[in-house]
Write a protein that binds this ligand. Structure first.
Ligand SMILES: [Zn+2]
Length: 259
């Protein structure tokens, strides 16, 4: 076992300095990516061991495929969902630390690329889900949103494709390949980026556009802290770079700012 405390001790001075920046910030938010989800045991889409390296083909999950073949899409979608969310997946200490930082009045929001709904499940109140969430489905006709779990059960029982009471097709409330980001959520995130004094970019490769423009824009006028194991394109512009486990680093930051 690695000694976690000494691992984080190397960052003590930077953590103290970042905590001071956050204390004096009027507006601060976290921008989270796959690294926060993988710490909960959810496989990433990209990279080694990623979902797209297995039997799943991203082309099957395009909006065009949903429209042309909704039944086939939903069968594949359910299989994907089951591969990504083994039972007992839940929030991890990184999610919990972000809840603490919001409760302490340090963070104004979490902007996330993740679609697993774990920030909300952990208790974060203002969560901007740029790519939607797998925890809901949306009706393509009336726009009604409902919980995904009962709909997944119906798909399992053979209702493919599942439909709304109005007769419209139900679609996972996530941004499929070929779809735009949800306009209002994206606009709200851009506003935050424009006014932020500090942004924490956590567990994201910062390579998926247009989402990555959010921390990039925030870094123009504010302090950028990157928490990620691998290098990112924004490291050169970051005020802090922590090559650390998000489940160690964020709790260490939250401890400095609690109370
Ligand atoms: Zn409907």
């Amino acid at each position: 076992m690695a000694d976690e405390s000494s691992e984080i001790d190397r960052f003590a001075a930077d953590l103290d300095s970042l905590a001071a920046d956050l204390r004096t910030a009027d507006t601060a938010f976290a921008f989270t990516g796959a690294g926060v989800s993988t710490a909960s045991g959810i496989p990433p889409f990209r990279g080694e061991g990623g979902i797209w390296e297995t039997e799943f083909d991203p082309r099957d999950f395009r909006i065009g495929r949903f429209e042309a073949d909704p039944a086939g899409f939903w069968r594949d979608r359910l299989a994907l969902h089951e591969a990504m969310f083994p039972e007992s997946v839940g929030p991890n200490p990184a999610h919990a630390a972000l809840v603490e930082l919001e409760s302490a009045g340090v963070l104004d929001a979490v902007v996330t690329q993740n679609t697993d709904g774990l920030h909300a499940e952990a208790g974060s109140r203002r969560v901007l889900e740029l790519h939607g969430t797998t925890s809901r489905v949306v009706c393509r006709r009336c726009g009604d949103r409902q919980r995904a779990d009962p709909v997944h059960d119906r798909v399992r029982d053979g209702e493919v494709p599942p439909t709304c009471d109005c007769g419209g097709l139900l679609k996972p409330d996530v941004v499929l390949f070929g779809e735009q980001l949800p306009r209002e959520t994206y606009a709200e995130a851009r506003d935050l980026a424009g006014s932020a004094d500090v942004v924490l970019a956590v567990g994201s490769s910062l390579q998926v556009e247009p989402a990555a423009s959010i921390p990039r824009d925030a870094a123009r006028g504010g302090t950028l802290a990157v928490v990620n194991f691998d290098p990112t394109p924004l490291d050169d512009r970051a005020d802090y770079v922590f090559r650390a486990d998000v489940t160690d680093l964020l709790p260490a930051l939250a401890r400095r700012l609690a109370g």
